[in-house]
Write a protein of this length. Structure first.
Length: 361
């Protein structure tokens, strides 16, 4: 059985730290917590779980802090978590099993990161991360803000998920980090342009976000998956700006990089046609979305809503407008399976059951 060091960086996490530690304290063999300047009870709470609490002056760079936390690991493998991450009960069991069975020749184990969930427990954003890594390999974090582990060697993909349970969002924090990079005169990589575009988009700076996404796309370097989502996210910016034509062009542009349809793209194309009351092509694209579930080994972003309840809900609306109430009802029922208390779906259900003469309970 391998041994595991948990490594975390924290700052003002008194509301969530204990919750996360409770889900892993009985699995890991060591807990290392690096505090970067808390002014609340974070350090006091951390010391209830471990005496390995350290301090590191914040440099404005997440990679610096994460690399610092890794220095304190003394076990064979490092598991890293954020303070607002948890392992659900099923994933705790899977991690215990992995710990018992892991081949020590493995350099890294990737896990799903469920970065968002809705009120019904459905995952809204998922992607893979190298999550359990061999300590002796001295893998390094890179990047100022949206950093990444530079991993090589024998990597295996597991079905374990780490679930993000965010309580609050630090609005503008990451944007300020990128502004500092600009002020320093840093040369942006394709990855920088992509994530800077994301920060600009999330903060409502849509024109600037489009510029940053276009710079990512124009560079021959960079991960192809970032270019797929640069096109998709650029399309969102055009939608927010009310430019449906460029939104559609950006969505079709994503096919140059994805090669095959992604549900995130198809559902957006469907919605573009739906807003123009072109319901038949809208249904065509929504239907493709429901049949385009991503590969479980996919490392890039996956938004399950776009191939589960969302296209079915929209097809319900489209078929209703086309006068096909039976198909409208069928798709609403499929959406209901995922979101049984969604007021929109319940409203549709009541309306369509009345139109179809279905006994209502």
């Amino acid at each position: 059985m391998v041994t595991i060091s948990l490594c975390m960086i924290v700052k003002n996490e008194e509301d969530v730290l204990a919750r996360g530690l409770d889900t892993v304290k009985d699995i890991v063999d060591e807990i290392n917590i690096v505090d970067t300047g808390s002014t609340d009870r974070t350090v006091e709470i951390a010391k209830e779980y471990t005496d390995r609490v350290y301090f590191f002056e914040w440099t404005g760079n997440f990679a610096d802090a994460r690399n610092e936390s890794f220095k304190y690991a003394t076990k064979e493998y490092i598991l890293y978590l954020d303070a607002d991450d948890v392992l659900l009960e099923e994933d705790q069991k899977k991690l215990k099993e992995l710990k018992q069975s892991l081949d020590p020749s493995v350099d890294s184990v990737s896990m799903f990161y469920n970065a968002g969930t809705d009120e019904y427990g459905n995952v809204t954003l998922r992607y893979r991360r190298n999550r359990l890594i061999k300590t002796e390999k001295n893998f390094i974090w890179k990047g100022d803000c949206h950093n990444y582990l530079e991993v090589y060697g024998k990597v295996i993909n597991s079905d374990i998920s780490v679930t993000h349970k965010k309580i609050s969002h630090s609005t503008g924090r990451n944007l300020n980090i990128y502004q500092t990079k600009i002020d320093r005169g840093d040369i942006f990589s394709a990855r920088d342009y992509f994530y800077y575009g994301n920060e600009l988009r999330e903060n409502g700076h849509y024109e600037k976000a489009i510029e940053s996404y276009n710079k990512n796309i124009a560079l021959k370097s960079g991960w192809i998956e970032d270019k797929v989502y640069a096109c998709i996210n650029k399309a969102d910016c055009y939608r927010f700006l009310g430019d449906l034509d460029n939104e559609l062009k950006s969505l079709f542009q994503s096919f140059e990089y994805s090669k095959t349809p992604r549900p995130e793209t198809c559902s957006r194309i469907g919605y573009n046609f739906q807003r123009k009351k072109e319901y038949i092509p809208a249904v065509f694209w929504y239907d493709i979305a429901t049949k385009s579930e991503p590969d479980s080994n996919q490392w890039s972003f996956s938004y399950p809503a776009y191939y589960t309840w969302y296209p079915h809900l929209q097809m319900c609306v489209c078929y209703y407008n086309l006068g096909d109430f039976q198909k409208s009802y069928e798709h609403n029922e499929k959406a209901y399976d995922f979101r049984p208390k969604d007021e929109r779906i319940l409203h549709n259900k009541k309306l369509l059951e009345k139109k179809l003469g279905i006994n209502q309970k």
